[in-house]
Every structure is written in structure tokens, then in C-alpha cells.
Design a protein around this ligand. Sequence first.
Ligand code: B12
Ligand code: SF4
Length: 437
Amino acid sequence: MGTSPVLLLINPWIYDFAAYDFFARPLGLLYLASFLAGQGCEVHLLDCLDTPHARPGAFGAGRYPKEILPTPPTLQGIPRRYGRYGISEADFQARLAALPQTPDAILVTSLMTYWYPGVQAAIRLAREQFPETPVILGGIYATLCPEHARRHSGADLVITGPGEEAMVNHLAAAGLLSPTPQPPDDFASLLYPAFHLLSHLPYLPILTSRGCPLDCSYCASRLLQPRYQRRPPGAVVEELLYWQERLGFRDVAFYDDALLLDAANHLLVILEELARKSISFRFHTPNGLHTRLITPEVAGWLKRSQFATLRLGVETTALGPDRLDHKIQTGELEEAMANLQEAGFPGEEIGVYLLIGLPHQEEEEVINSIRRVKELGATPVLTQYSPIPGTALWPQAVATSRYDLLSDPLFHNNSLFPCWPQFSWDRYTRLKRLARD
Ligand code: B12
Ligand code: SF4
């Protein structure tokens, strides 16, 4: 076996009509990088999104550089400009050429299913430079659409699900590595993500748990992380301190699906410990929080600990037996709002995610939700539904869509409102205006 295997890890471009860096870093790939480095691999990273923003936003978020490209034939007629977000192709090639040697394997991650053209482009260009090197694809698109990925990505191997153990087994089978034994699928024992491989890191993404014990019908959390696992609160505090000492950043974005679950024994312990040590950050929750779990005590801690970007996962204020999730019941949004306002959050700092474009969703319901959120003094944030294969809602999504969702993941793109038969750009603009004004 001798020398360490050399691995090139790639985070591909985004190909889309719209994309914005709202605290987005390739955390899964960075976890994999540190894990494999810990197993004795020499790891290099080529992150197509690791570039200065074209227009900086608040707290380190911002607009990615975009190069306009022809709209794919299947998406013709969408009055939005398609393009590639991230570094230029020339920059990609230069970064490949700068590698000290030919890698033994190329590991590519993936995020949104409908961003697969970015995966294809990255694999194609990497292959041009290193035709002999095997390419392995993993991540979210690979897990949700494995058959499509096997046929169309250009990778030699597609691995689904959490990648740590699977990659070690694969490298061992290929004779590249003799693995040190690891406790199987144990999130708490993983090394910190390899943030040092990034050039631009204005904020720190952090995961305190993986997965979610709930099972909302439009969500893929269970498919991606079948087991809900939590790190000990003390370990999260240690990680935050570790990065603050080395990188000196202030902004932290939680990536958890279920950050507020059992808060008394988890998040609140973390925040109390930071307060006890007089260490402060500015926190952001770009992924929605569970509204019903915002008790007066939780709200108070969120305020004291400087949560600056708050997003509540509400999806719709319509209640009743037809709801697609188990996240909220009568009076719970009202209660959460009262608790947050009591704690001192002004309405414009409380963003409430409302999902639009769900199968069979009436426009009236969206309008009512927007009005209700505004009445309560919060800020409605519209998020467009993206249908996900394997979720409980998928069969309905396929049945209601005006696109053939089964034929191409490009149709999962939330910018198309693929499952909203009454969709028109005028309607959407009206709803956006209603939410904003
Ligand atoms: C954090 C998050 C975000 C963040 C940023 C994510 C980022 N890095 O860019 C924010 C809040 C910005 C975001 C936004 C959105 N998101 Co989002 N997000 C997530 C979330 C909760 C976690 C992703 C994550 O980082 N996980 C943690 C890491 C550790 O896991 P991982 O990336 O999966 O990596 C592991 C494995 O996949 C694997 N792996 C990864 N790479 C590789 C490579 C190889 C070679 C191998 C072998 C293995 C492997 O190993 C890793 C470690 O175990 C997922 C749901 C989920 N639970 O996964 C949704 C999810 C990905 N998001 C989703 C959606 C719909 C969106 C939005 C479109 C929402 C909206 N309607 O506005 C936006 C659009 C984003 C944009 N920029 O345009 C959907 C995807 C739908 C789809 N069709 O693909 C998901 C699945 C949620 C859902 N609804 O079910 N998101
Ligand atoms: S609560 Fe959130 S993460 Fe959990 S299943 Fe529902 S939508 Fe997914």
C-alpha cells in the first residue's frame, strides 16, 4: 500500500435560473475530506463555489458570480436567464492543473437534484485532465436519483447515503487504503469538517445533529440521513471555540434539520455554556426552525445569544387534517411569535418560510398565509416547492405536474413551480409583492 492515496474532492457548479449564497458551504464534502485525511489520505479540494461574491450581502452571504448559458432544451420557454454560478471554467482547469500530482480518485459531491448539469460538467472537465482516474459521485442528488446519476453523471461509481464508511470500504477494496477501525455511522465521533481547505469562509456552517425524527411528506431528510443523531452539547461548544480561535469569525449558520428538538438538553446547553464562557457569536438559521418548539425560554436564549437571521419553518398557516407535516397546530405560530417578540425580536427579523407551489395548493391559501404572518408582525419568506423523488408527496407531485417529472430531474427545479397547475409569472410576482409590501 505504501504512500498515501491522493484524492481530489470536487464541489460542482450550480446550474440554475437563480442561486444565492445564503450561508451555503459544502459541509458534507468537508466532513468527508477530514474523515479521509484522518484515514491517511492526501486530500485536495476544488470547490466551484469558493469564490468572492459578485455582490456581497449581509453577514457573509452574497450573490455568486454567474455566467449566462443557453437554457437546456427541456426548459425552453422559462422567462428567466439560465446560467452557471461559481468560478469560471478556465479557473476550474487552472485549479486542476495546479494539483501537485495525478489523483488516485476523484470524489464529487452533489446537492440539488436539478443541479446535475453542474455535476456532469465538473466530471467531464476533470476527466479531460485525468482520463485514467476513477470518478466517484455521492451526495444529495446521487442519493435521491441514483439511477439517473448512474446513467447520466459520467461517474464510474455512484455511492448513496452518508459517505464516510462507504468511501473507506471502497478505497480499501481498491487496494488504496488499509482502514483504521471506526465505530459504524457515529456522527458524534467524526473529525471537524476540513474548513481549512476553503479560501473564502466568511461564516461557519455547523451541524449539531443529523437527520430529523419527523416525517413531513415533502421532505427528504429521512432518505438522506435515516437515523436522527445528536452530538453532545459540549462537543459543539468545543468545535465553535476551536474555529473561533483559529479563524476568528463571528457568524455561524446552523445546518440542522431539527435544531430545537429537546432544546433543554441540547441547544440551550450549548448556548448557556457559551454564555458562561463569555463567548459570543452571531447565529443564523437559514434552514427553518420548528415553530412549536419556540417556548419563552428558547426565545429568550435565541435573543441573548444573538440569533440575527431567524427562519421559522411554517410552510402554510392552513391547519387541519390535510396538512402535509406535523410541524404546527392551532395557536402555535401565534405563541411562538408572542414569545419571540417578548424576547425582543422585531418583526422584520422573524422570517417565516411559506412553501408555495405544493400539489393541490390553492393560491387563496398562500394569500391567507402571507396575510396571517404579516398580521402577526413577522416577515413572510416565500420558498418554492421542489418535488423530491422517494418522499411521500412524490406520487402526487408526479400526478399534478405539467412536466414529466419522472423523465428528468431538471423538472424538479423550484423556479418552474412544477406542481402548480395555475402557475403564472404574474401570479407569482403578485404573491411576492404581497409578501414584501
Ligand atoms: C443545509 C441545507 C441547506 C442550506 C445550504 C446547503 C448548502 N450546503 O448549500 C440552505 C439553507 C442555504 C439550503 C437552501 C435550499 N435548500 Co436545502 N438543505 C439543506 C439540508 C438541511 C442539509 C444539507 C447538508 O449540508 N447536510 C449535511 C451534510 C453533512 O450532509 P450531506 O451534504 O448530505 O453529505 C453527506 C452525504 O450526502 C455524503 N456525501 C456528500 N458528498 C459526497 C461525495 C461522495 C463522493 C460520497 C461517496 C458521499 C458524499 O456524505 C456526506 C457525509 O455523510 C438538506 C436536507 C438534509 N437533511 O440533507 C436540504 C436540502 C438539500 N435542500 C433542499 C431544498 C429544496 C433547498 C431550497 C431549494 C429550498 C427552497 N425552496 O428555497 C434552497 C435552495 C438552495 C440554493 N442555494 O438555491 C432539498 C433538496 C431538494 C432537491 N430537489 O434536491 C433538501 C434535501 C431538503 C428537503 N426539502 O428535503 N439548504
Ligand atoms: S420537520 Fe423539517 S426536516 Fe423534519 S421532516 Fe419536516 S420538513 Fe423535514
